[in-house]
Design a protein around this ligand. Structure first.
Ligand code: ADP
Length: 492
């Protein structure tokens, strides 16, 4: 199968969150299965073309934007250790900026930037003569690929007459809501297509997420549980009717972990690699980590370390954490460490915590891949108390490193972490149901009591490291959905 994947972030070239991990893992797995894969992303300022061996091609594409056309350049490269190709769309004005989506707030012209990028996907495919069976678009930024495919290129251009479109929702909260006069103009569909309850309209605005969902042949989201949750108002971010309209065409596929990068045996960022049988090395790594944070001989290195690696947004449960964390730091022997960046009020809070507990709260504001690997591998527990979580990757990473997750039962967290039951000795973590500080606190209490009990602590960690959420499995599931999408357009 020929697969063209379009996304705004792809690891290791540019990343803000889990989307980039997934758009790296899937193409590499598909390539291993023998599919022909091309990935296309914008040439952001953050992409280090020299480091990753990208080369500028002589191509200059003409991208239709409303009644006009705009030009862009193309760079070509590959993923490390894979034949899957990667193309960068070069447009100085749109993409040579400090942020991917904003800096820090959304750029005012994201409508124009992402409609341009979505359209360039088709012009690129023709220019490099890559006739895709499947176009796989990710999140609102590339959602316009779906109407471009079904209403423009599949109809008017033989090159795409057999191409199917699959749209993947990574996070329904970010919908790309735009001024209709601008977005309908840039996309070329025109205001005639924008009327109440049309596929382009939602609450009076152009809603890219809705457009991606309705125009796609199949829609996937990143865990089976989230695929169910978003059919209901609490989680649907107002799109429940649109999502329910898709019926069985909305499918949940659990994200996979790219274990080449995220396993303690071969992680290039942690202090010393270890296997599940060598958890004494994990302990030494924790000591190294704590020394790096300023602990000295004589400090107690063995008290439990709770870690977090996260974007600092309301989604991630920082509010209930804030209500409980000082209580635990004041009353229990624990340490806490976090790496994250995001909303200023959360960053302020964590800086206050650092000031109040200099030897017990280690706070790193910013984005740092090496530090992310170290927190996930060196902590005893990983906290993921999210209000909602489409899939969540860090809890799956943590399990492989024998770091025990404490999660709220939502989205993919519920699909990947099971409560540890001392009676049956089953389970891999601690799970709480309600988005509530006390429910969260009880989960922490259960975790602390198991930490103290060596027999159960050994068992839960063994259970955790045995879990396998490989990206190979999830890549296979996508191929199955792609086949269904192809059947659907053949039969239509
Ligand atoms: P989301 O996609 O909602 O941000 P996920 O758990 O799916 O959450 O994925 C987060 C990814 O981003 C993980 O690979 C995690 O290690 C990484 N990450 C998050 N925050 C940071 C940070 N501040 N520095 C480095 N990596 C981070």
């Amino acid at each position: 199968m020929k697969i063209l994947l379009a996304a705004t972030e792809v690891n290791p070239f540019a990343k803000t969150g889990g989307l980039a991990d997934v758009t790296e893992a899937l193409p590499i797995e598909w390539d291993k299965f023998g599919h022909e894969v091309a990935v296309v992303m914008p040439k952001h300022k953050a992409v280090n073309t020299e480091l990753h061996g990208f080369e500028k091609t002589p191509l200059s594409l003409e991208i239709p934007m409303g009644f006009a056309t705009e030009k862009c350049g193309v760079w070509e490269g590959k993923f490390p250790n894979s034949n899957a190709k990667v193309y960068l769309i070069e447009h100085e004005d749109y993409f040579h900026r400090d942020g991917i989506y904003g800096d820090p707030d959304d750029y005012f012209d994201n409508d124009r930037r992402f409609i341009f990028f979505s359209r360039s996907v088709f012009e690129l495919a023709k220019a490099i003569n890559f006739q895709p069976d499947l176009i796989h678009a990710h999140d609102y930024h590339t959602a316009f690929c779906m109407p471009f495919l079904s209403s423009v290129y599949r109809k008017d251009d033989d090159f795409f007459k057999n191409t199917a479109g699959v749209f993947t929702i990574h996070n329904l909260m970010y919908q790309g809501k735009f001024n209709p006069y601008r977005a309908m103009d840039f996309s070329g569909f025109g205001m005639k297509e924008f009327y109440p309850n049309s596929w382009f309209e939602h609450d009076g605005l152009v809603n890219s997420m809705k457009i991606g969902i309705l125009f796609a042949d199949k829609v996937t989201t990143v865990s089976p549980n989230y695929a169910q949750e978003i059919r209901m108002p609490y989680y649907s971010e107002s799109l429940q009717n649109v999502l329910n309209e898709k019926g069985a065409d909305l499918i949940g596929i659990l994200n996979g972990v790219f274990y080449n990068e995220w396993s303690p045996e071969n992680d290039e960022y942690i202090y010393t690699n270890y296997t599940p049988e060598e958890l004494h090395i994990k302990k030494q790594n924790k000591y190294e980590f704590l020394k790096g944070e300023g602990l000295k001989e004589g400090d107690d290195f063995d008290i439990p370390l709770f870690g977090m690696v996260t974007r600092l947004t309301e989604q991630k449960g920082i509010d209930i954490l804030k209500e409980k964390l000082e209580y635990y730091l004041d009353n229990y022997k624990i340490r806490f460490t976090i790496l994250g960046s995001g909303q200023p009020e959360y960053m302020d809070y964590f800086n206050y915590l650092k000031w109040k507990y200099p030897k017990r709260a280690f706070i790193n504001i910013g984005y740092d891949n090496m530090h992310a690997h170290r927190i996930i591998s060196c902590s005893d527990f990983l906290l993921v108390p999210s209000r909602f979580e489409p899939c969540g990757l860090t809890q799956m990473y943590a399990l492989k490193y024998a770091t025990i997750p404490i999660v709220r039962e939502t989205g993919g967290l519920a699909d990947t972490v099971e409560e540890y039951l001392p009676d049956t000795k089953s389970g891999t973590g601690f799970v709480f149901q309600n988005y509530d500080k006390d429910d969260f606190g009880y989960a922490v209490d259960r975790a602390l009591s198991i930490y103290k009990d060596k027999k159960h602590w050994d068992i839960i960690r063994a259970n955790a490291t045995e879990k396998d959420f490989s990206s190979e499995r999830s890549a296979e599931s996508y191929i199955e959905v792609f086949d269904w999408a192809l059947d659907k357009i053949k039969n239509s």
